[in-house]
Design a binder for this molecule. Sequence first.
Ligand SMILES: *Cc1c(COP(=O)(O)O)cnc(C)c1O
Length: 496
Amino acid sequence: MNYISTRGHNCAVTSARAIIKGLAEDGGLFVPENIPIIDEKFLTSLLDLSYQERAKKILSLYLTDFTVEEINQCVDNAYTTEKFDTDKIVPTVEVEKNNYLLELWHGPTSAFKDMALQLLPQFISTSLKKLGDKDELVILVATSGDTGKAALDGFKNVDQTKILVFYPQEGVSKIQRLQMLTQQGDNVSVFAVKGNFDDAQSGVKQIFSDSKYNEYLNEKGFKLSSANSINWGRLLPQIVYYFSAYADLVNDKKITMGDKVNFTVPTGNFGDILAGFYAKCMGLPVNRLICASNSNNVLTDFLKTGTYDRNREFFKTISPSMDILISSNLERLLYHITNDATKVKSYMEKLQSTGCYQVDEATLKAIQETFSAGYLDDSATKKCIHDIYQQDNYVADTHTAVAWQVAQDYQKSTQDKTPMIILSTASPYKFSDSVLSALGEDISNKDEFALLDKLSTLNKDKIPQGLAQLQSLPILHNNLCAKEDMIKAVNTFLNI
Ligand SMILES: *Cc1c(COP(=O)(O)O)cnc(C)c1O
């Protein structure tokens, strides 16, 4: 199967090439030329399989240029029971009748980003070998928190790759900083940047667009790349858990094979929910996909009105991974809905030049056949965390709570009784201050590790090992650079 650009540039490539390139040459995103279709027999064949085996079957429908052995090796390296704290990898938990949480945060860094960032490096390394590409890929990441650690852990000791993460010196929590500074691996490095997240991010962007410097790196045998969520290799792993959740509910006799389910997804860049759209197009019995946002509700407005307008106030919320005004992966949805790359290109050019575009009536109608949307502000999010704990004895993180409440609101207003699977994207331990204060606990003057302990008592659950061990791990990275000196940092790291 070939991959083509959402903006029409004629450049069909294999999946290996799409994964190495990241972006298409015309600035569009790679999409599969045809979405593979499955039948009930295929779904039934997933029932008796482990998560890893389910992943292999689904990935092989898309990675048609990979051998079976290559796919097996990628998956076996990514989803091990040493890295994940449950054999199920992604458990489905019934929290209330007909309402399930799909827990996506049992990976090594307790973040949903692990699901994709454990596999992407395996895909990259395998693709480089397949293509006979001898360069070393250097991944540069600017992070405001979770992505940096998940990327470090995914790329650690992966052949033909190196990873360098920049984080704002004052911009991350103590636990997030310790997660990065204790990172092991021969091919990893971490730099604090004197400045805020924007400084770190624009520094990285500048390095990517500096063609002279990129030429210099090529001469030395290095190629820069990013691990961000527009790479097809990051989206693809997320399709798997929609199928896996469905198979789990059939196995638990909560639904019968063929029954439809709904999914509600806490959304930022639109990658996670788009994976659900692919699953539906492939033939998974999905009724509706509900897009949940926080106060940065640009997607709620878009899905209701057809107008995407990023010209609005930006809010810093307690669900920071959803604080996004440009949802890059929406471009892929527009392509699949319209099948018209010229149209997609014109929308994206409008977004670039004016910050706003409006899709036509037919496109909006087609999108609304599958998608609903809702949003929640911070105080409603805290109330929701409190309510779920009171009613169901379940401690949800801030992102999960947004989705939970949006799902309840949807059910109330539509009377839709379809079983609801809500994607849970972060461990509550990663946002323990917001979660504890929502639960009415006094968090003033408490060290972050004391907060983990406190949460562990309320949750009647162990602190995830990756977080608990942070207090005792040695600090391996102690680099600081000025924002003007980020290229120097790259050179130091690469020893050139
Ligand atoms: C990244 C992230 C999201 C949003 O996922 P998208 O694919 O960007 O829509 C939601 N919750 C958490 C905790 C995340 O880290």
